[in-house]
Design a protein around this ligand. Structure first.
Ligand code: COA
Length: 506
């Protein structure tokens, strides 16, 4: 490669461990549990999973793959294509892998992202045979410096029998100093997490590792993997404006200051566009306490809207991946990356009073939210951190367009076809139509507000009819006609649309 490795591997105990990806992949045996770095396509090893997938083309073996969150084409996709995954935990977002899960070719546990480290610590996911961790460097005192995510890497390294480091010599050197690594003690032996404000640093800049556990170091030059660019459009700008109207009403009511409260925003096109849409808002000096930082964060820092951001990973478009070295140099004092059990920890979310907004697949008239399953059966991505934040936030908001698939689907339905967040965890729903603040409202009052303020006009009459009929014919605290509750989903399946054409109101 013609590079001076001692710049990257600065502790001599590690220098003689360099091996090829193929050799490292040959150590993996059928049935092993692999804990791999990576979260929303950032910080994942690339050479190792490609070599393992290559092996899988000629050999029959399967592994259980545990990560921070979603991996990209070189890992989740290539491993799914080679059929070498038995079980995937705790989150994925790859179309090929999604197809294999939904066709029953592999198992998937869709888990709250703050829970995985606890499950590894308790041993419910079995022993971690190998941790495979992408690194920007190994320091003089033998710490692994992660790259664009922390995820579950610290607990994987602590608990694994063996560690493989994939040293990425193309990773920006500015990654060093970005991270704040803490590993929590066993439950029952634990004190509070001493983090009292968003910017507090409470750990080390890298992951401590016993050199004897490091079985090999693979070299890689593969750049970070970009996500699609999500440009705001008229509709997402309208959703952002409605969210900002809600924030303004909270400030006016004296419940929030002008700097709001630490903000968490979800993944995907709508959440990123909504965040970007806040660029010209009245709010300044906001802190972000989130899980993922998408493109919009840099513009918000430039605009003075955001003053500091804490997360566990980047999820960036190609343009931002290309300028990441420069951006990190510019923004590093305003960003910190923590392990996901810290970024998503209920204790911190509750203590800091985070305002959380995430994107659902569908919401029902009483405020239950489905974030994961299309028509109740086919998993899309996973719950991710949305449950960690929704249950514990100061204000829990779900933002979505009121329609999907060109209007054939109403995202406001009588009854969600899968429940990720219950009515008890949801405070505000925002669509391009408006916002429904359902705090302090009983179920029937909530239904009226959600239908009135959030549903698309073409579905309003249908929703009202369901609700009125349920009240009249069934009644109860939360009126539902169980024989008709999923008729919208069955109509979609049978006729390609949830719309009963005669009910259209403009
Ligand atoms: N029924 C069927 N499909 C729906 C749907 C609905 N009600 N709502 C959205 N979809 C489909 C879209 O049509 C699109 O499909 P396509 O890829 O075939 O075009 C896909 O879901 C993504 O929808 P999009 O409108 O582009 O939204 P998004 O990129 O903002 O993603 C989620 C929405 C729900 C998939 C995404 O936010 C997610 O996975 N959330 C769960 C995890 C989470 O909240 N994490 C954040 C914690 S930090």
């Amino acid at each position: 490669m013609g590079i001076d490795l001692s710049q990257f591997i600065r502790n001599k105990a590690f220098l003689n461990k360099v091996v090829s990806a193929e050799e490292a992949a040959s150590w993996i045996k059928d049935g092993m549990n692999l804990g791999m770095s990576g979260f929303t396509l950032f910080g994942e090893p690339k050479e190792f999973p490609l070599a393992l997938s290559e092996r899988g083309k000629n050999e029959n073996f399967k592994v259980n793959l545990y990560t921070g969150a979603s991996l990209g084409p070189t890992a989740d996709q290539s491993m799914a294509e080679s059929d070498i995954i038995n079980l995937r935990v705790p989150y994925q977002g790859n179309a090929v892998m999604r197809g294999k899960i939904n066709s029953g070719e592999m198992f998937y546990i869709d888990q709250h992202l703050s829970h995985t480290a606890e499950e590894v610590r308790k041993g419910t996911l079995g022993n971690i045979d190998y941790a495979i961790i992408e690194a920007a460097a190994i320091t003089e005192d033998g710490m692994i410096i992660p790259t664009g995510s922390v995820g579950n890497s610290p607990i994987f390294v602590e608990k694994a029998d063996n560690v493989i480091v994939e040293l990425n010599t193309s990773a920006p050197k500015e990654y060093e100093g970005l991270h704040d690594i803490v590993v929590l003690e066993e439950q029952g032996e634990r004190k509070e997490i001493p983090m009292y404000s968003v910017g507090d640093r409470i750990g080390d800049i890298g992951i401590k590792v016993d050199p004897d556990k490091v079985k090999g170091i693979i070299l890689s030059e593969q750049p970070d993997i970009p996500s699609p660019l999500f440009e705001p459009n008229e509709e997402t700008q309208q959703i952002a404006d409605n969210l900002l109207d809600f924030f303004a009403s909270e400030v006016e009511a004296g419940r929030l200051p002008e700097s709001l409260a630490p903000l968490q925003s979800g993944v995907g096109s709508v959440a990123n566009a909504v965040l970007s849409g806040m660029k010209d808002s009245q709010f300044k000096d906001i802190e972000v306490y989130s899980e993922v930082l998408q493109d919009g964060i840099f513009d918000l820092i430039d605009a003075g809207v955001v003053k500091f951001a804490s997360a566990t990973a980047f999820s960036l478009s190609k343009k931002r991946v290309e300028s990441l070295g420069e951006d990190l140099a510019k923004y590093k004092d305003k960003i910190v990356f923590r392990p996901q059990e810290i970024s998503n920890h209920p204790e911190n979310i509750r203590r800091l009073g985070v305002i959380s907004f995430n994107t659902p697949i569908e919401v029902d008239i009483y405020g239950n939210v489905n974030s994961t399953h299309v028509s109740g059966t086919r998993v899309m991505n996973g719950i991710g951190g949305s449950g960690d934040f929704a249950r514990n936030a100061r204000i829990t908001i779900f933002v979505t367009s009121s329609l999907a698939k060109g209007g054939d689907i109403s995202t406001i339905v009588p009854f969600v076809s899968h429940v990720d967040h219950t009515e008890h965890d949801v405070d505000v729903i925002v669509t391009e139509q408006g916002f429904a603040d359902i705090r302090g409202l009983a179920p029937v009052q909530r239904a009226e507000k959600i239908i009135e303020n959030c549903a698309h006009p073409q579905y309003k009459a249908q929703l009202r009819e369901y609700f009125e009929e349920a009240k009249e014919k069934v009644g109860g605290h939360t009126p539902h006609m169980l024989d008709k509750a999923f008729s919208w989903h069955t109509r979609l399946k049978e006729h390609g649309s949830m719309l009963m054409s005669e009910k259209v109101t403009k």
